[in-house]
Design a protein around this ligand. Structure first.
Ligand code: KG4
Ligand code: ZN
Length: 329
């Protein structure tokens, strides 16, 4: 049984053998945060408290099992909002202790990547492009349960950039999906920067792109000119996708791998999926595993998949396990 509560989704899942979802119950809080334009940590924690035991009961019922049928309890230890993480960690610890089950803490990002195992077994060495609201990383896995971050963002994460640009454009939070849809209606009419694309490393930077969009909107407003938001969405998405695909190409050339995974909330982006599909034609010896859109955002099934790997590699949490908001690979 897996628990996820790092941000604004409370989620509990029951997983069999690390590759089959027996049940998955998720409560999203997006509506409560939308009017603030982002996640309010205190509000998030309160929702997690209300939902976590209800979802655990629902997950058992839906799977038609009891706590006695479980092998282990796994939970996101971090990174994320500390108050939000604490609810999942406390629930998982309590259940594990009460039912005498091993407790297995996992890194949220390993969860996003491990969701690929629901599609097909990840073959190693593998590379993952992990793109979410909080992270943008290229992660090399030379073998199972071995994570090496070879590229990272120097400032904003890709999803964060989508959300901030969306806010400037007057869109609802989170804006990634909305901009993605607009991008398919518009034309690439604005010239926007592609930071670090030609630098010989695997790192990213999105704050310059964000500022460029904000300045463009601001200048147009001052001049009394209108901005075609669909066209702006298209140009913005092209800039993000060019950089993500370009850096992935560089990484795949430097590290020939058997599987390439794209994971995290931004992996649901249609422009990115199309760009990577095209890129992967160049790498016929690498299996391309895009995490299914339904499992790209935060959910406990992916934590179950990562928990299965961690469990098999002997990872255990003690009873004093604490949430770690800055947990890294
Ligand atoms: O992985 P996730 O659910 O939560 C984190 O761990 O951060 O990712 C959420 C992020 C948000 O920034 C959201 O705007 C973005 O994923 N996102 C998208 C799309 N769907 C969600 N970004 C671009 N295109 C999408 N279709
Ligand atoms: Zn996430």
């Amino acid at each position: 049984m897996a628990f996820e509560s790092s941000a604004d989704e409370t989620s509990v899942a029951i997983i069999r053998d690390g590759n089959e979802i027996v049940s998955l119950e998720t409560a999203t809080q997006i509506k409560s945060h939308q009017r603030f334009g982002g996640i309010v940590p205190e509000v998030a924690s309160r929702h997690h408290i209300e939902q976590v035991t209800l979802l655990a009961d629902a997950a058992l019922q839906d799977a038609d099992v009891t706590y006695d049928d479980l092998t282990a309890i796994t939970v996101t230890q971090g990174p994320g909002l500390v108050g939000a993480l604490l609810i999942g960690v406390t629930a998982a610890k309590t259940i594990a202790w009460a039912h005498n089950l091993p407790l297995v803490p996992v890194i949220h990002l390993a969860g996003h990547i491990s969701a690929a195992n629901f599609v097909e077994p990840i073959q190693y060495p593998a590379l993952a492009l992990m793109v979410s609201g909080g992270h943008t990383e290229l992660v090399l896995m030379r073998e199972e349960y071995d994570y090496l971050v070879i590229g990272d963002t120097r400032d904003d994460a890709a999803g964060e950039c989508y959300d901030k640009v969306g806010r400037t454009m007057g869109l609802k939070y989170p804006s990634g999906k909305i901009i993605d849809e607009m991008a398919h209606r518009g034309e690439d009419a604005y010239d926007l920067p592609r930071a670090m694309l030609n630098e010989d490393n695997f790192d990213f930077s999105f704050s310059g792109l964000k500022s460029a969009v904000i300045n463009l909107m601001h200048n147009a407003e001052q001049r009394g000119e209108s901005v075609d938001l669909d066209n702006l969405a298209t140009s913005f998405q092209h800039a993000v996708v060019d950089v993500l695909v370009g850096k992935t190409e560089r990484a795949l050339k430097a590290y020939p791998v058997k599987s390439f995974i794209v994971a995290g909330g931004v992996a649901a982006n249609q422009g990115l999926r199309d760009g990577l599909n095209e890129l992967m034609q160049q790498f016929p010896d690498t299996r391309y595993i895009p995490v299914p859109i339904a499992l790209a955002g935060d959910n406990a099934a992916m934590i179950g998949a990562a928990g299965d790997i961690a469990y098999r590699h002997g990872k255990r949490g003690e009873w004093d396990l604490n949430a770690n908001p800055a947990l890294e690979f």
